[in-house]
Design a protein around this ligand. Structure first.
Ligand SMILES: Cc1cc2nc3c(=O)[nH]c(=O)nc-3n(C[C@H](O)[C@H](O)[C@H](O)COP(=O)(O)OP(=O)(O)OC[C@H]3O[C@@H](n4cnc5c(N)ncnc54)[C@H](O)[C@@H]3O)c2cc1C
Length: 452
């Protein structure tokens, strides 16, 4: 049997490798990270900056697990992961830390017949007769008929082979911290299936619910103000969160306590890199990319793992239906990604550019098409839009499903209505608060802001 090597055991590589092995392939899954230790709860994950950052998992992730890895889904539910369903019973969100998600999939991979998990760094993809013929792992060669690049957003080895991606910085900087509810304490206020999402003047703040009474608080800003970068210090972070009344409720010391340091994020990108070169030929026959290696989007919408698992499911389906002709499957997969994944990348670029303009003080611009987030927000005012935006919201319909709603959404904004901003410091007040908290003058400023 021709062996498949999957490079990268993140959420997408794990899912892909297990599902492929269950379809009868002989699979080797390689990651430089050795995986969680059985003896300690701490997993210092190398090379994945966002590992302990706030993750929320959308409905399609639950659907993907249910279809391909129902045992892993059952294991997640057994250890306190919660699936939130809509009125029709369809999954909307899954409350789970990313580390917990990966632990359970890692355990499923270790048990999976036909799948071998190897720890090592892939230094190169070996080429023979113009095809990928395997990988070099820490100097040792491993033959393979198909190499699957699930190495995420940053792998240098793969980027050199696959060419430049489209896209650029998404204008969102993250800082996050995980907490745990005290025994018997209820979560703080919520306004969405994932927890609490707040739009403030010039930045966002969220509380994502996770498994077993854990949750994350994240502040997202545009990353341009050096004063706000001090949010990475615990005293500054706690002070700012304490000045946003609805979030302050979440971290009230009687309710919850921190379980991680404050975690700053690196530069984030919207990126897209297909399988084919400009002439429509495979960049390297025998190599196919999946997950973040194909597409990354601003984490604000929590779409990354969903887009990765949607890709994985499509790739597996094409590999199965093109039995034996992996090159045809890869070409078909590329066409599918252009139709079903790239539109989300383009949607993020449009939304991010307009969000940055609005965060800097700009108003809704009615001289240009409205970005998707504003069309969705208009449904708060015009209830007749709600059903029509639901498909986009749940990712069961592409961004183009909103095109026909432009006129009605524009009418909402032309009437003068604007989405309500949450109570809390505006962008300049946030920066001031950071400065004061850095210099220790936290309590006075937080009290002033809270008392309005
Ligand atoms: C701050 C932040 C918040 C996010 N929040 C959300 C969210 O709420 N919801 C959501 O769905 N998505 C979110 N995302 C996106 C999500 O994290 C990614 O979409 C997801 O990690 C993609 O998984 P992947 O398996 O493709 O890649 P990765 O998770 O990056 O995994 C790649 C793996 O490849 C391994 N690797 C790389 N190179 C090599 C090599 N040469 N040799 C061996 N191993 C290698 C790495 O060690 C890693 O394990 C967020 C992203 C960020 C940055």
């Amino acid at each position: 049997m021709v062996r498949t090597v999957v490079v990268g055991a993140g959420p997408v590589g794990l899912f892909t490798a297990i599902a492929m092995a269950r379809r009868g392939r002989e699979v080797v899954l390689v990651d430089r990270d050795p995986g969680p230790s059985a003896s300690t709860a701490i997993w210092r994950r190398r090379g994945v900056m966002q590992f302990d950052h706030a993750h929320t998992f959308r409905g399609p992730v639950v659907d993907a697990l249910g279809a391909e890895l129902p045992d892993a889904l059952a294991a997640l539910l057994r250890i306190g992961v919660r699936v939130v369903a809509g009125p029709d019973g369809a999954a909307i969100a899954m409350h789970c830390r990313r580390a917990v998600f990966e632990r359970v999939l890692r355990a499923a991979a270790a048990r999976q017949p036909g799948l071998t998990v190897v720890t090592g760094h892939v230094d190169a993809v070996r080429r023979e007769s113009g095809r990928a013929a395997g990988v070099d792992i820490d100097g040792r060669h491993l033959d393979a008929g198909l190499v699957v690049d699930a190495s995420g957003r940053t792998s240098r080895v793969m980027r050199a082979l696959r060419g430049d991606s489209d896209g650029g910085p998404c204008g969102a900087a993250y800082v996050t911290r995980q907490y745990r509810l005290r025994d018997g304490a209820e979560p703080g206020p919520v306004n969405s299936p994932v927890g609490l999402s707040l739009s403030l003047s010039g930045y966002f703040a969220v509380a994502f619910r996770h498994d077993g009474g854990t949750f994350s608080i994240t502040i997202t800003h545009d990353g341009t103000d050096p004063r706000v970068r001090t949010l990475r210090h615990a005293a500054v972070f706690e002070s700012v969160v304490g000045a946003i009344p609805l979030l302050a409720d979440w971290i009230d010391p009687c309710r919850a306590y921190p379980i991680t340091p404050v975690l700053p994020g690196g530069q984030l990108y919207n990126s897209y890199c297909g399988q084919l070169d400009d002439a429509g030929r495979p960049r390297l026959p025998g190599l196919v990319a999946v997950g973040d290696a194909v597409c990354t989007t601003t984490p604000l919408a929590g779409r990354g793992v969903t887009l990765g698992l949607l890709q994985s499911r499509a790739l597996i389906e094409f590999l199965t239906s093109c039995a034996g002709d992996d090159d045809l499957a890869v070409a078909t997969f590329d066409g599918w990604c252009r139709s079903w994944i790239r539109p989300w990348f383009l949607d993020h670029i449009a939304c991010d550019a307009d969000r940055l303009r609005r965060w800097a003080g700009g108003d809704v611009d009615l001289t240009r098409p409205l970005p998707s987030d504003l069309i969705v927000a208009a449904a708060q005012k015009d209830a007749t839009l709600r059903g029509a935006v639901a498909g986009y919201d749940s990712m069961s319909a592409l961004p183009s499903s909103l095109d026909g709603l432009q006129v009605r959404a524009r009418a909402v904004y032309a009437s003068g209505w604007r989405p309500t901003l949450a109570e809390g410091p505006d962008r300049e007040e946030l920066a001031q608060l950071c400065v004061e908290a850095s210099s220790g003058d936290t309590d006075r400023r937080a009290r002033e802001l809270c008392s309005g």
